[in-house]
Write a protein that binds this ligand. Structure first.
Ligand code: PLP
Length: 379
């Protein structure tokens, strides 16, 4: 009997109560019922982002929100900085270049995080309109120093645009308190929903820039969306079912409480890191993200892709491998959203079995034992 445990950094597992809500007959969006629902989701989204600004719902995946940020803030030939810690940072660069911006990319060695001195030098060197970066770079499992990046951008008059797609709801990112100009996330990550809904919020400063930005846009015109949102509507057909689910999942997050939720993610991340180290494995990132633990495939294992494949095929434990040049070299275990200690215990247990079969077991059972100790209530 297969009972899948999905521990990938998107999509993530969906709670039964959310699935049940989304299974109800479809609601029409130009109705009072939708407006009542959407008013509630708008408020809950502001709670999640810790902002007074409007949080705009878009019917797209996270990449759509990334593109929306670029086209709503910038004009042709604006100079921008993109911080490339991995595939998603690289994507910001590609989008910005695609729209003809002058991109100064800070390319960081995989597994390392950004050097703030380098960022400051680049900001000093040329008048920069905006700094685009990831709070948590999902492809390498690396966290960025968000608060410091935001402060540096502000010091040099640049907007800070934070892709928090595997950060929002995972660890603390108070948008207003930290002065983040643009914050975005997507439904299939910590929001515990299917893919297809993206959320993005702009600070007052970012809305001023939005009014002046001249890049072409239509579907992603955030000013038009904001106007509709203020009437509890959306400009186009919204991702209705996902918004229905969002009311439930955001409600679950609020019931758990921000601090408890962040502490749970931190505990699961710490336990995962401790367990894989106890097994004799090495972490790939020197600044590990709370969202996802990236582990180096040990040199004793010739074909690293077998780890992900065997976990999936034999045990229905679904984790992610490395992408592009990191394929077969790393694997990624995520631990956010609808995820608890039991999921991590099973994943680590099965990982130990698979690694032993593949010829790597210097400390067989040590990962599971580490979890037993970490998760035991104090006596
Ligand atoms: C998942 C993710 C995205 C969005 O990818 P989509 O496939 O478009 O949803 C963007 N940035 C980060 C950091 C992500 O983890």
């Amino acid at each position: 009997m297969r009972k899948p445990i999905l521990l990938t950094p998107g999509p993530t597992m969906i709670p039964p109560s959310v699935l049940q809500a989304m299974a109800m007959p479809i609601l029409h969006h130009r109705t009072k019922d939708f407006e009542v629902l959407f008013a509630d989701v708008r408020e809950k989204a502001k709670w999640l982002f810790e902002t007074k600004s409007e949080v705009i719902s878009l019917a797209c995946t996270g990449t759509g929100a990334m593109e929306a940020a670029v086209v709503n803030l910038c004009s042709q030939s604006d100079a921008v900085i993109t911080i490339n810690l991995g595939k998603f940072g690289e994507r910001f660069g590609k989008i910005a270049r695609g729209y003809g911006l002058q991109v100064d990319e800070i390319l960081v060695e995989r597994g390392k995080t950004v050097d703030l001195e380098v960022l400051e030098q680049r900001l000093k060197a040329r008048k920069t309109h905006a700094v685009f970066f990831q709070a948590s770079e999902t492809s390498t499992g690396t966290a960025a120093p968000v608060q410091q990046i935001v402060a540096l951008a502000k010091k040099y008059g640049a907007l800070s645009v934070c892709d928090a797609i595997t950060a929002c709801g995972v660890f603390s990112l108070p948008m207003d308190a930290w002065g983040i100009d643009v914050l975005m996330t997507a439904s299939q990550k910590a929001l515990m929903l299917p893919p297809g809904l993206a959320l993005i919020a702009l600070s007052d400063r970012a809305w001023e820039a939005q009014a002046k930005a001249r890049l072409p846009k239509y579907y992603f015109d955030l000013a038009r969306e904001k106007k509709a949102h203020l009437k509890n509507q959306t400009a186009w057909t919204p991702a209705i079912s996902i918004i229905v689910g969002a009311q439930v999942s955001l409600g679950m997050m609020m019931a758990e409480g921000r601090e408890v939720m962040f502490a749970r993610h931190e505990r699961l991340a710490h336990a995962t890191r401790t367990a894989v180290r106890a097994m004799g494995l090495e972490l790939f990132s020197s600044a590990p993200s709370t969202a996802v633990t990236t582990v180096c495939v040990p040199s004793q294992i010739a074909d690293g892709t077998q780890i992900v494949k065997r976990l999936r095929d034999r045990f229905a434990v679904i984790i992610a491998g490395g992408q592009d040049e990191l394929e077969g070299k790393i694997f990624r275990l995520s631990h956010f959203g609808y995820c608890n200690e039991a999921d991590i215990i099973i994943a680590i247990n099965k990982l130990e079995i698979v690694l032993k079969e593949l010829g790597f077991s210097p400390h067989f059972g040590a990962g599971s034992r580490a979890l037993l100790e970490l998760f035991s209530p104090p006596v």
